[in-house]
Design a protein around this ligand. Structure first.
Ligand code: SAH
Length: 217
């Protein structure tokens, strides 16, 4: 694939960053990370004009790349510091994965749809991003790599999976949309001790559903 990130694309990206700031995103590390990731590489090249708009966008297999504001907001809430070990659930296009890597994290990312997993596993390394890709069911997490300093769920769950809470380090943070199929609340959980978890609600959001099992075609 021919990947061009010229003045036109960079200009659109600058405008996206300005819109995020106007919409209240003030986290400099997040804005800086998002200004570095060529978002249009994650979207079909015929649709490049849509890459930097404020909408989620189809990426195949009935899934979407989250809209820029959602990526910025989740990246802010997760409060990532360089060197932290992060588990991302829902690789999708791989865009959020790239942002986490730009924030200096070691990233494990899980996807349940084979086609998306394969696409992201090819694209990200071509761009110089090397997370650890896992094909599997995010409900299981990655027990062999736990504990994680941060867990970011990018699909809407009906409840908070116990398995994932147990894979969070003490002092660790999980951000997860929780609700029904059409609307969720953005929830941030902090593991206060081995047995105590705090929970904060950051308002309405809408993600594709967090589904059980894997899809191989
Ligand atoms: N972070 C992605 C958002 C993709 S949408 C991006 O920036 O593009 C959410 C993704 O979660 C979809 O790709 C969907 O297939 C995936 N997903 C849903 N349930 C899952 C599960 N149980 N395990 C892993 N991935 C899951």
């Amino acid at each position: 694939m021919l990947m061009i990130d010229g003045p036109r694309e960079q200009g659109m990206r600058c405008q996206m960053i300005e819109r995020l700031q106007a919409d209240g995103i003030a986290n400099a590390a997040v804005l800086c990370a998002m200004s570095k990731v060529p978002r249009h590489f994650f979207i079909d090249s015929a649709l490049i004009n849509f890459a930097y708009k404020s909408n989620p966008f189809p990426i195949g297999s009935s899934q979407t790349i989250s809209n820029p504001y959602t990526v910025a907001f989740q990246s802010h809430l997760i409060d990532l510091k360089p060197g932290m070990k992060v588990l991302e659930i829902g690789t999708g296009s791989g865009y959020q994965t790239a942002v986490l890597l730009e924030l200096g994290a070691t990233v494990f990312t899980i996807e349940r749809q084979r086609e998306l997993y394969e696409k992201a596993s090819r694209l990200l390394p071509q761009m110089g991003y090397t997370p650890n890709f896992v094909f599997g069911d995010g409900y299981d997490g990655v027990p062999s790599e736990a504990p994680f300093d941060r867990i970011l769920v990018t699909a809407g769950a009906t409840q908070i999976p116990q398995q994932l809470l147990l894979q969070l380090a003490v002092g660790g943070i999980m951000v997860i949309p929780v609700g029904n199929a059409t609307e969720q609340r953005m929830i941030r959980i902090v593991r206060k001790s081995k047995t105590e978890f705090s929970r904060e609600d950051f308002g309405k959001c809408a993600f594709v559903p967090f589904l059980k099992g894997t899809v191989n075609d």
